[in-house]
Design a protein around this ligand. Structure first.
Ligand SMILES: [Zn+2]
Length: 401
């Protein structure tokens, strides 16, 4: 794999079944004890706080483990025969917990650390025979270390993906194996490189009308190649409102007293509906971009206060509200397809006409229309997307022809 290849990491969750769940519990307990030991030690050693995680790990090992010189360490680890990679995983968890504690500046001198519950991460040497169907883990039975074969139930792993150190978690009735999966992306030329090569970009603007979003594709010189509106917003809002009505009805029939869990199924339906649409729209945008050989997607960036203000104005189930979910989905779907996503500040993009640069003199928000001083008229959101595209190209150091 060339070194310039980019990657994304997602966590896959598989159900795990084994003959001795109690051994996994014991392993977890031992892990957390070792983790707490190192956590407490690290909090006492202020001189180690500024070091990188790797150096901290090294320093903690020198303090606790006998080296080749057979010298007794300063604070010997109170457990015998802990496998090297088990200990290192526990130290890493301890360092992460301590660093977050230190950064919160909430250390009370002399106070014992809270109990740690990090899941056991199985580093290399602690697992073998790993596929989507099974894994063999090295576990602590309470008396000795032993290999235990476990069955797995879940989706098959993507081809070419790299499986990273898995961890075991206890989720209600089930044992789960969490596996970080590293997937390599096809095309990771940098932004600068892509612009220099004149590759295509697609600028997106989100709207609160029937269109969830509008996109404009142009080449590196700013020449427009394709335009698309992704609509369905009215249908989405309508479906949300139908569910809202049911919630209201149920609330009235139950009296004003709210009961926990009441209407839960309707709220879940609303949640699923918005997830479904965010997924659908983002997939359609990616398809459009792939069809038009888009190399970068440009999203408008706003100041947080502005976003909050607009979101409140657009209503909870308005089209614009879905933009948060669409953005999130777009980012990882684009990456998997070798498309970069970059954000450009949206300031000023809705004030001028993209055709002639003259100020906009009149807008009709409801109809998504604008008129400029020279009489050009058209879709307000498409105009903004065009301006965003231009702004981005200019900022990236290329003049629009
Ligand atoms: Zn104009």
């Amino acid at each position: 794999m060339p070194s310039t290849t980019g990657y994304s990491i997602t966590t896959r969750k598989l159900r795990l079944c084994c003959g001795h769940p109690d051994w996994l519990r014991k392993t977890q307990e031992l892990y957390n004890e070792i983790e707490s030991f190192y956590y407490d030690l690290l909090l006492k050693r202020e001189e180690l706080w500024e070091l990188s995680s790797q150096k901290t790990m090294r320093a903690l090992e020198v303090l606790t483990i006998m080296g080749r010189d057979k010298k007794i360490p300063e604070v010997p680890i109170p457990w015998e025969k802990v496998p090297l990679y088990f200990r290192r995983a526990a130290i890493n968890s301890a360092i992460a917990a301590a660093k977050s504690h230190i950064s919160r500046q909430s250390i009370i001198p002399g106070r014992k650390a809270e109990k740690l519950h990090s899941a056991v991460t199985y580093y290399k040497g602690m697992y073998r025979d790993f596929s989507h169907k099974e894994i063999t883990l090295k576990v602590w039975t309470g008396e000795k270390w032993q290999w235990m074969r476990c069955r797995l139930y879940g989706e098959i792993f993507p081809e070419q993906a790299e499986l990273m150190s898995p961890s075991v978690t206890f989720e209600k009735k089930y044992l789960m194996l969490h596996v970080p999966v590293k997937e390599f992306t096809a095309d990771t030329a940098s932004v600068k490189q892509r612009i220099q090569e004149g590759r295509r970009i697609c600028a997106i603007q989100f709207t609160n009308g029937d269109a969830f979003a509008v996109g404009t594709v142009c080449d590196g010189a700013g020449k427009e190649i394709a335009v698309k509106f992704w609509s369905g917003g009215k249908e989405y809002t309508h479906r949300c409102n139908q569910i809202q009505k049911k919630i209201e009805k149920a609330r009235k029939s139950l009296g004003e007293e709210k009961q926990p869990g009441e209407n839960r199924k309707y709220w879940m339906r609303l949640k699923h509906l918005s997830e479904y649409y965010a997924h659908e729209v983002s997939t359609q945008i990616i398809k459009f971009c792939l069809k038009n050989q888009v190399s970068m997607i440009i999203l408008p960036k706003y100041k947080k206060e502005y976003t909050d203000y607009v979101m409140i104005g657009s209503g909870n189930w308005g089209t614009l509200h879905l933009s948060t979910g669409i953005r999130r989905n777009l980012t990882y779907k684009a990456w998997k397809n070798g498309i970069l996503v970059i954000e450009t500040y949206a300031k000023g993009i809705s004030e001028t006409c993209a055709s002639c640069g003259a100020p906009i003199v009149s807008v009709n928000r409801k109809a998504d229309e604008y008129i400029c001083r020279n009489g050009h008229r058209g879709s307000r959101s498409l105009n903004s997307a065009r301006n965003l595209s231009r702004k981005c190209i200019q900022q990236l150091g290329k003049q629009v022809v």
